[in-house]
Design a binder for this molecule. Structure first.
Ligand code: C2E
Ligand code: CA
Ligand code: CA
Length: 320
């Protein structure tokens, strides 16, 4: 049960508009923690107006080529390039650069994530093939997938079509799903995951540690990798207990025959600790920020010029 409160004469003057604002307050704040009585305020109405503007601009964004991808390198424990995570970017001529946290959730709400997500998958697979041809080497491309996408009846068909059209070897395509996907969805996704798995596609559980029922999903669903959320990696610098949690997760995940990817590695000391506890793959500003396609090509070229033992030091020294 939720109650929205709008006050006369602060918020409005007539009953109809006041009731509307009570509704708006509830609608806007329902998802946030625990609150059951929500007062209407201007911030809420501004946020609604902003989200409506984002939705409106997003409709043409794909067509107008305002959305593009950046690629963040993933480095493995042997100091080789494991692959890249594709991260969406939107430069709107009207609204400026909008963070993916903002526009992806907006696109999820109005289902624009379906065409946008398909485009992202195509673009990411094309990048993987381009890198394969350029460097005669297979790098993994890891793509974020929203619940709304995977819930579509034709999701598996879309992925199959993209594989065929781009000629990517599906063994090097990873799909990242967040824990919250499984928390929100009561519908079993196992069937779809199994079918895609059978094609060779890998799955990563993203943002591990931020949800609630993580271990259950690890047991029930065939994930290949687990990405430990940045909030745990941040803690490595200070709290000893946090270190032990990360070490425990790594050994647990290894026992389940999965790889561990550490997200948000920013400091050499974090990297050294993560290496010591046998983390498989590292992602973060210490290795590299997300890069444009040209920068990613340059990254690979420069990376292999450096002796293996010095690679991470060289990357860390370049970090701005
Ligand atoms: P995510 O999947 O957890 O992506 C990792 C985020 O952490 C990225 O932010 C990346 O730029 C950032 N990051 C990486 N290393 C570091 C580091 O060392 N320090 C810090 N402070 N940050 C680091 P970004 O690109 O802003 O993406 C935010 C979120 O937006 C993503 O979180 C993901 O949930 C969503 N997202 C981005 N692209 C897509 C997409 O193509 N599809 C879907 N469905 N979601 C996407
Ligand atoms: Ca991700
Ligand atoms: Ca993540």
């Amino acid at each position: 049960m939720y109650a929205g409160i709008a006050t006369y004469p602060n918020d409005d003057y007539n009953l109809e508009d006041l009731i509307k604002k009570c509704d708006v307050a509830i609608y806007k704040d329902k998802s946030s923690e625990k609150k059951q009585v929500i007062f209407y305020n201007d911030r809420i109405s501004q946020e609604i107006a902003y989200q409506a503007e984002v939705s409106e601009q997003l409709v043409q964004a794909l067509e107008n080529k305002e959305i593009f991808l950046k690629y963040q390198p993933l480095i493995d424990i042997k100091s080789e390039i494991y692959g890249f995570e594709a991260l969406a970017r939107w430069s709107s001529p009207v609204l400026g650069d909008i963070s993916p946290d903002v526009f992806i959730s907006n696109a999820e709400e109005n289902y624009l994530i379906i065409p946008i997500g398909t485009w992202i998958l195509e673009e990411a697979c094309k990048m993987q093939v381009l890198m394969r041809e350029k460097f005669k080497k297979e790098f993994v491309i890891s793509v974020n997938v929203s619940l709304i996408q995977i819930l579509q009846n034709d999701y598996v068909d879309i992925v199959k079509r993209v594989i065929k059209e781009t000629d990517i070897n599906p063994d090097y395509l990873t799909l990242e799903l967040t824990e919250s996907i499984f928390i929100k969805s009561t519908i079993a996704l196992d069937g779809k995951i199994e079918e895609l798995h059978d094609l060779g596609i890998k799955f990563s559980m993203d943002d591990f540690g931020t949800g609630y029922a993580s271990l259950t999903y690890l047991r029930n669903i065939a994930f290949d990798n687990l990405k430990i959320d940045k909030s745990f990696i941040d803690g490595i610098l200070s709290a000893k207990k946090e270190n032990r949690i990360v070490a425990t997760i790594v050994s647990l995940v290894h026992n389940l025959d999965m790889k561990v990817i550490a997200e948000g590695v920013e400091h050499k000391s974090q990297y050294e600790y993560l290496r010591q506890i046998s983390t498989d793959v590292y992602q973060g500003y210490l290795m590299s920020k997300p890069l444009t396609l040209e920068e990613a090509i340059d990254f690979v070229e420069q990376f292999y010029k450096v002796a293996r033992s010095k690679r991470v030091d060289v990357l860390a020294s370049k970090k701005d």
